[in-house]
Design a protein around this ligand. Structure first.
Ligand code: IMP
Length: 194
């Protein structure tokens, strides 16, 4: 089965390909000729994931799944949440987003946070949602070179390392996106009866 993963993020694509069973061929947005940035104008992770999946299914008439992820920090009442990608402002990068978050948390002792991913799948005329959460904390400096986004400052519970210090295999086995993708893959296996 061919399935579009609606992302332009090469890191994410590589993460998810490693979790995809061999009977499913993941196709990226660039492979279907979609170069535009799909606007994330929803008010929740669920809405944004559905907007992205629907954009591809409606425009290209293809089965598709899309994810939306937020980092929710308890001391900041769930911020940056759905605004995680543009926390430091439009056009700002991951370094600037992390710097802003570290500044906001100076002198704050409750550093607990979680990543949450929602995946929306459009297949055979219906939409299904899958979620995944990983709990952890925001440390006070950036550690590690791997991963992307907020990985250098997020340490998952039960680990001494940040996501940027863990191997991709370990990150995938415990991460928000890994858990949501595993639910998606179980669903796809049930459908194709393999
Ligand atoms: P998106 O929903 O994938 O666009 O992600 C929203 C924001 O969360 C972006 O700033 C990403 O860099 C960040 N993000 C998403 N997934 C991860 C992750 O696995 N680790 C660190 N940051 C992430």
């Amino acid at each position: 089965m061919q399935l579009v993963f609606a992302t332009h993020n090469q890191n994410k694509l590589e993460e998810v390909k490693k979790l995809t069973p061999s009977n499913i061929t993941l196709i990226s947005l660039s492979e279907i000729g979609c170069t535009e940035d799909i606007p994330e104008i929803g008010k929740s992770l669920e809405e944004n994931a559905q907007i992205k999946a629907n954009y591809v299914t409606e425009k290209y008439n293809l089965p598709c799944f899309a994810d939306d992820t937020g980092l929710l920090v308890n001391a900041l009442k769930g911020a940056p949440g759905i605004y995680s990608a543009r926390y430091a402002g439009e056009g700002k990068n991951a370094e600037e987003n992390m710097n802003k978050l570290l500044d906001e948390l100076v002198n704050i002792t409750d550093r607990s946070a979680h990543f949450k991913t929602i995946i929306a799948l459009n297949l055979q005329g219906s939409t299904s949602l899958f979620d995944g959460i990983v709990e952890g904390e925001i440390i006070s400096e950036k550690l590690g070179d791997d991963g992307f986004g907020y990985d250098p400052i997020f340490r998952p519970n039960g680990y001494q390392e940040t996501f940027a210090q863990l191997s991709l295999a370990t990150k995938n086995s415990i991460s928000h996106r890994g858990k949501a993708i595993q639910k998606l893959m179980i669903h796809l296996r049930q459908l194709s009866n393999v």
